[in-house]
Design a protein around this ligand. Structure first.
Ligand SMILES: Nc1nc2c(ncn2[C@@H]2O[C@H](COP(=O)(O)OP(=O)(O)OP(=O)(O)O)[C@@H](O)[C@H]2O)c(=O)[nH]1
Length: 547
């Protein structure tokens, strides 16, 4: 059964304005005039009430952006980007999910945030948010509008299989002003988007198209994709980006005055339209871009089609277990099994590994069979596995479910022979890594099995060069992406980007240490060449000399 969930996400509770002396004094005066209490935490609540009353008094409506796009294109990445760079803009995010687990909310960590702000989850079950669950969406919107946290803006992330047309109507009825529909497109997966009815509809109603994942394709492919998007949308603007790193002004109907000028230069100076994170950091309070009288209606409001199509062939299952996979077996499963699937469209969720029990991993399979298992920090709740699989072939999904169960069973009953073989393979692999000065072994993890000390995984990576400004974290992020993109072996991230971005390997299938090492060395050549382009390649950080 298809299930769709909507989650309130209230991240925006910092009152930056209050920390600025002059603004605080102004507020204190205003609040004293109205008889509000002056104590610290009461004050922030009182401030919210003040702002809420003000908006009510002025009859102002809450603005909203709908973020849509086909499975795995980068919608959650965009929401994360918005939340990270929102400054003191207070944003309510409604996440609409296909599948039984609300993975995006897990990734965005909304439950904790909702709880801390007295909000709760709202589930939209059985169907897609654009149709069957509209009552719940209405309720979610009503609560957002009347919420005492006084949001500045609402962002709705639709599921990858929803058509937001009916949602637009719901928004108007709930008194929320729909400003624009942003459609994210995985540039590498445009063929599939154009041949899937719901994805094509998402594209057609876009007010702005974000051509994402431009790092994965050539410039020729990007410009070809632009032409095809323009044709499919009747001329809608397409913006090239990677990791949906775009200026917030582009996707939210707010004006960030001090940022606009920087952004304009930033766009002008980049050959393919990538905009840096720094350019999007806002420092001032946002303003609405335009009043109701100058409002440009979003495309979807100008021509609301009555009907929209659903792809009945797409189904999903979720896999939830409170026992871990063997990392060795899972890496082999991804490299040899997932990549050979023909109808699998998307996998995402949390994974727990036996060899790395204290770490949460966030797993994605999307686009052109690209997989990643990112380091998601330590577990804050009971460790478990929560994965959603979405695909076009019901039989293939059933088979995968069975194989995942076997994978778990093999982790529980790991024969001693396997444990010893894996340990020997890891030792050999660590030897190869240590013998190449471009790499280093960060850690070899071991465990005591029946009185025998056995290696369970190796954490390793490329060595950066502080002197040449080449960061280890960036190098290793590029290496893992290249290796996983080639698809011969699958590596997981062993640490967060902040603490170095180490790669993890374990051996559980047919791959030998020599085979894995050859593959890594070959991937490393292109990563190193690109990273050190234009940088002096002499050993000046090792041997002091004059140029
Ligand atoms: N290489 C690359 N990967 C990206 C980019 N943007 C997002 N990703 C990866 O694409 C995968 C899917 O990203 P999400 O943001 O979860 O996609 P989504 O559209 O929210 O997915 P659904 O909600 O399941 O439809 C993740 O592994 C991201 O890290 C990009 O520009 N380049």
């Amino acid at each position: 059964m298809q299930r769709v969930r909507t989650t309130f996400l209230n991240i925006a509770a910092s009152y930056v304005a209050l920390s600025s002396g002059r603004v605080q004094q102004d507020l204190e005066v205003k609040m004293a005039e109205r008889g509000y209490p002056k104590e610290n935490n009461q004050m922030s609540l009182a401030f919210e009430k003040l702002a809420y009353d003000k908006r009510e008094g002025e009859g102002g409506r809450l603005g909203c952006t709908i973020v849509t796009g086909f499975l795995g294109c980068g919608k959650t990445t965009l929401v994360q980007h918005i939340l990270k760079n929102r400054g003191d803009l207070q944003i309510a995010v409604l996440v609409n999910e296909f599948g039984e687990i609300d993975v995006d909310s897990l990734v965005l960590d909304s439950t904790r945030l909702n709880f801390s702000h007295g909000l709760s989850h709202v589930s939209l079950a059985n169907g897609c948010a654009c149709c069957a669950s509209s009552g719940n969406l209405k309720e979610a919107l009503r609560r957002t509008v009347s919420c005492q946290h006084n949001f500045d803006y609402v962002v709705i992330e639709t599921s990858g299989l929803a058509n937001p047309t009916a949602m637009a109507r719901e928004l108007e009825e709930a008194g929320v002003r729909l400003d624009l529909v942003v459609t994210v497109v995985d540039v590498e997966n445009l063929d599939l988007v154009l041949e899937t009815p719901v994805a094509k509809q998402q594209l057609e109603i876009a007010d702005i198209v974000l051509l994402n994942k431009c790092d994965l394709v050539s410039l020729g492919m990007i410009s070809d994709a632009e032409d095809r998007v323009e044709e499919a949308t009747g001329g809608t603007k397409a913006v090239r980006c990677r990791f949906v790193n775009v200026p917030l002004d582009l996707v939210l109907n707010v004006l960030l005055p001090e940022v606009s000028a920087t952004l304009a230069t930033s766009f002008a100076n980049t050959s393919i339209g990538f905009v840096s994170h720094e350019a999007t950091t806002q420092t001032t309070r946002p303003l609405l871009k335009e009043g109701p009288q100058t409002r440009v209606l979003p495309k979807v409001m100008r021509s609301l089609p009555e009907q929209h199509e659903h792809d009945g062939r797409i189904s999903s299952f979720s896999f939830c277990r409170d026992e871990p996979f063997s990392l060795a077996a899972f890496q082999d499963f991804v490299a040899s099994r997932l990549r050979s699937c023909t109808g699998l469209l998307r996998v995402k969720g949390l994974v727990w590994f036996e060899e790395s029990r204290s770490t949460r991993h966030i797993f994605h399979f999307s686009g052109r069979k690209r997989s990643e298992a990112l380091h998601g920090g330590p577990w804050e709740s009971q460790p478990n596995i929560e994965l959603v699989f979405i695909g076009r072939d019901r039989r293939e999904l059933e088979e995968l479910k069975g194989e995942l169960l076997s994978l778990l069973a093999s982790t529980l009953q790991m024969p001693m022979e396997f444990v010893r073989d894996r340990s020997a393979a890891l030792e050999e692999f660590a030897y190869f890594v240590n013998s190449d000065s471009r790499f280093k072994v960060h850690e070899i993890r071991s465990r005591n099995d029946s009185g025998v000390e056995c290696h369970t995984l190796v954490m390793f990576g490329l060595v950066g060069s502080a002197l040449r400004g080449v960061h280890e974290g960036d190098l290793n992020a590029a290496l893992i992406q290249t290796v996983n993109g080639r698809g011969i072996i699958f590596l997981t991230s062993g640490s967060s980007p902040k603490s170095g971005h180490w790669l993890q390997i374990s051996f559980g299938g047919d791959m030998t240490p020599e085979g894995a090492w050859c593959e890594l060395k070959s991937a490393a050549v292109s990563v190193i060449t690109k990273a050190f382009q234009g940088v002096c390649l002499c050993r000046c950080d090792v041997v002091p000399h004059m140029h």
